[in-house]
Design a protein around this ligand. Structure first.
Ligand SMILES: [Zn+2]
Length: 183
């Protein structure tokens, strides 16, 4: 199983809204497995498809980091159907934004509608850390970063760093593109 390249802030695919997944074939299972392997290699707790350059609405979560012994899970076409409970502030980071961590406020309980890798529909409630990770990943599938959810002051403080990261990403993308051209 290949470990996939993680796309960084500034890559346009991370601002794209994911496309609804309508087929549930072996390729989707394989993509989920590759994403789980990539997430583990990067020591992440969650990963969305656009973070590995794929446009479909799929994310994976390393549930075992929250519930000991639990298997990683894949969520297809996930949407937040409802939120409840208090709003909690907790530090988040992102594999697509290295070296940036900040407190993000999110509801502590959510109900998520999703499909599994076989296409079966589910609705399930999550709270605490799993609710947070799922909200972070579902945001990715809507083209939203956790830094978008920070207050104006925090965003201002991070703006230079984010701009530099975006410029670096764009340079790397341009380089990749020029390498692909036949010389
Ligand atoms: Zn992220």
């Amino acid at each position: 199983m290949p470990v996939l390249k993680i796309r960084k802030y500034g890559d346009p695919i991370l601002r794209q809204k994911a496309a609804q997944q309508t087929t549930f074939e072996a390729a989707l299972q394989q993509q989920a497995e590759d994403m789980i392997e990539t997430m583990r290699e990067a020591k992440g707790i969650g990963l969305a498809a656009n973070q590995v350059g794929m446009p479909n609405a799929l994310c994976v979560v390393e549930v075992g980091l929250v519930i000991e012994g639990a298997e990683p899970r894949a969520f297809v076409n996930p949407v937040i159907a409802a939120t409840a409970g208090e709003t909690v502030s907790y530090e988040e980071g992102c594999l697509s934004i290295p070296d940036v961590n900040d407190d993000v406020e999110r509801p502590n309980q959510i109900r998520v509608r999703f499909q599994d890798l076989e296409g079966v529909s589910h609705e399930e409630e999550f709270e605490g850390m799993l609710a947070r990770v799922l909200q972070h990943e579902i945001d990715h599938l809507n083209g939203i970063f956790f830094v978008d959810r920070l207050g104006p002051l925090r965003r201002k403080l991070l703006s230079k760093k984010l701009k530099e990261l975006a410029e670096q990403t764009q340079r790397e993308l341009a380089e990749e593109k020029s390498k692909r051209k036949p010389s």
